[in-house]
Write a protein that binds this ligand. Sequence first.
Ligand SMILES: Nc1ccn([C@@H]2O[C@H](COP(=O)(O)OP(=O)(O)OC[C@H](O)CO)[C@@H](O)[C@H]2O)c(=O)n1
Length: 313
Amino acid sequence: MATLAGLQPLFSFGVISDVQYADIPDGHSFSGVPRYYRHSMQVLQRAISKWNDHKKLQFLMNFGDIVDGFCPKDKSLITVQKVVKEFDRFNGPTYHMIGNHCLYNLPRSKLISLLNMPSVHDHAYYDFSPCPGYRFIVLDAYEISTIGWPLGHPNALAAMQILEAKNPNSDKNSPNGMVGLEKRFLMFNGAVGKEQLLWLDDVLKDSTKNEQKVVICCHLPLHPKAASAKALLWDYEEVLNLIHSYKCVKACFAGHDHKGGYTVDSHGIHHRVFEAALECPPESNAYGYIDVYHDRLSLIGTDRMMSTEMIFN
Ligand SMILES: Nc1ccn([C@@H]2O[C@H](COP(=O)(O)OP(=O)(O)OC[C@H](O)CO)[C@@H](O)[C@H]2O)c(=O)n1
């Protein structure tokens, strides 16, 4: 059936990021931005109701940081379960990503099962195809990371080596004295690493063979013009070089940089970073849904989540 705007979407899905719920009083970020730890649950509740009312959303994408690092650690498990239970009110599946705050609370293996991630070999990266012409790839931005791995794990050691080489501060969350894009080498960020890049290459090859358009989802932003340097994936350049060697990737979506952002890169790929639910003052919202067409993605945002029309080259 045709609408005023043209054809009906092929499918639609809901988006939300950085709920960072905790049953603790309001606070603020390290740089002083207000954070509403309890209210973020209400943002999610309102989002779920709206998404269910819509009736035609096929699935949800949650861009990570389901729980905040300040959540008392004896409450981590029940807090994550509480937020997952809220997502479960949606009449369809939710695809989750792991964020740094998730890993401050629980080990990754526990998160992978709690978040019901369709992972293979216990990885927090995976892909799925909601319709024959589209493929979604979910990256794990913390595969190489000092957080979330058991003590002495090779991936944690590799991450520490990177931080030692790139960040001169004793507090590796501090960007003091660091310049430009080098500021991304902070402990609250991470990298996808070589193994995941090889997997990504395989999935992009297969998507190309199957003539599928690809949407990449990652907790950490992949493009410096869509986010501040302090929020970027450590190996964002390797990921960009790889996806630029294919023509199938149409959009990259992320969270983590709470103010949100958007750019179209030199290869026509849309990079959209979603505004955080956590930083919505009482009664305001940050969630949306995306209508997917053959030639574009149309984000319809609520309140603080900016609507964005993403037309393909
Ligand atoms: N200069 C800093 C900044 C942060 N920290 C500590 O690092 C932890 C994570 O920081 P937080 O701002 O909570 O991380 P988010 O994932 O919510 O947000 C990402 C950024 O906005 C990206 O730009 C936390 O414990 C901070 O206190 C720090 O020590 N020093």
